[in-house]
Design a protein around this ligand. Sequence first.
Ligand code: SAM
Length: 236
Amino acid sequence: MNLILLDPSEVEGAYAYLTDARRITHLREVHRATAGNQLTVGLQGGAMGKAQLVELSDTQAIFSLESLNEAPPPPLPVHLVLALPRPRMLARTLEHVTALGVKSITLLHTKRVEKSYWQSPELRPEKIHQHLVLGLEQARDTHLPTVTLSKGFRPFLEEQLPTLLNGHRGLVAHPGMTQACPRDIQERTLLLVGPEGGFIPWEVEKLLEAGCEGMHLGPRILRVETAVTALLSRLF
Ligand code: SAM
């Protein structure tokens, strides 16, 4: 927790009141914080700065907010379309991509996504929110990404993809493509990453027909969470 992300409901005037066990335990056991310590805080959706810990008990942390005038880091110019991975991989991937600065995410159904993954508790809004918050706390950022669920490949292709591609360069990560993943691009990008079994040839064909470019990351087949991190680092 490199940043204490404050929900607006936790702030009253110049003070912030935290009562959740996760952050209180972290403050006590990892930061070993004591009254008088200065810590980095950020207001969800707003500015970041310093706050002084006034009181820390088993059930409550009180901060006096000092200077909240630092802007969060800039977002990446990317919309990530991620074929829904298995729940544990989803949790980690959401955390990583949020820490890297992704602000729009679509979770997509494709042929090789297990249908049962859509029933996972990890897809509950409060669980998704938790992973996004962990990513923001890690990277010192305050702006939550938006996460959209797209449970049909064909409706995505026909109804959403044309709009998403508007003003964006569409890139499909798929092993075996002839083009290598571009480096250091400045353009707004729609990045599509396949499921653990990969996109099927028909899906790749349809994405290319819609105007996306296929690209690869070399001969090593990477896990989804590794591939996404490598792709974002290399692209931006
Ligand atoms: N057997 C699958 C295949 O060949 O497509 C492997 C899928 S991989 C575990 C999951 C996703 O990560 C892929 O669909 C792709 O989007 C991305 N990925 C992993 N390694 C990649 C690579 N070397 N080049 C491009 N994309 C890669």
